[in-house]
Design a protein around this ligand. Structure first.
Ligand SMILES: Cc1cc2nc3c(=O)[nH]c(=O)nc-3n(C[C@H](O)[C@H](O)[C@H](O)COP(=O)(O)O)c2cc1C
Length: 176
């Protein structure tokens, strides 16, 4: 079945891309006794506001001062968002780990899902002999596997995090 979406009045047939990148934080994380690290919280707020406007979905993970982010959507929107993110002084060393045309989204309900540090990520790292979260060194298949792990957790209803994660249906944003 062909997938047809229309965002901001433009129609396109089934063109979706998934970009996964990693980066290193430029700030010293504040030890939050509970909840999300404050800078990460601000990033999530901006991401959810902008991404829902541009038909972008995805997931953000922050651990050991590194970001791992999945961006999904229409290729131009994903590339523009990535360019904007790349100019952000809150992180550096952005490295694209994977970019693939995809038939469907992994995080269709989330303008930007947040995954808090948790045991499943520790197990993922341990299985691959990583002592710390070092996503800049991930291979393409490791990046895709971690994205799928986050997808499975979402399907199982885990890991939505302490922020009121804003759910949205892309379909509900569309003008038809
Ligand atoms: C790790 C990281 C992830 C980000 N992810 C997104 C994102 O998914 N979408 C987005 O619009 N901005 C994201 N941002 C923020 C952008 O870099 C930029 O600050 C923001 O888009 C500017 O939006 P504004 O002009 O509406 O304030 C991210 C920033 C960082 C450091």
């Amino acid at each position: 079945m062909q997938h047809c979406e229309s965002v901001k009045g433009e129609s396109f047939m089934g063109k979706l891309t998934r970009l996964i990148y990693a980066s290193r934080a430029n700030f010293r994380p504040v030890e939050a006794s509970q909840g999300v690290e404050p800078t990460v919280g601000r990033i999530l707020f901006q991401s959810r506001r902008n991404n829902s406007r541009h038909g972008i979905s995805g997931v953000l993970y922050f651990g050991d001062s590194h970001f791992f982010q999945v961006l999904e959507g229409e290729p131009q929107a994903v590339n523009e968002t990535y360019r904007r993110i790349g100019a952000d002084s809150r992180h550096r060393d952005l490295t694209v780990l994977s970019q693939l045309p995809v038939k469907e989204r992994l995080f269709s309900d989330w303008s930007m899902k947040y995954v808090p540090a948790e045991n499943s990520v520790k197990a993922f790292l341990a299985k691959r002999d990583y002592l710390r979260f070092a996503p800049l060194r991930f291979s393409k298949s490791e990046a895709e596997e971690l994205a799928r792990l986050f997808h499975r957790q979402q399907a199982e209803g885990e890991g939505s995090g302490p922020l009121p994660a804003r759910r949205f249906s892309l379909r509900r944003l569309l003008p038809f």
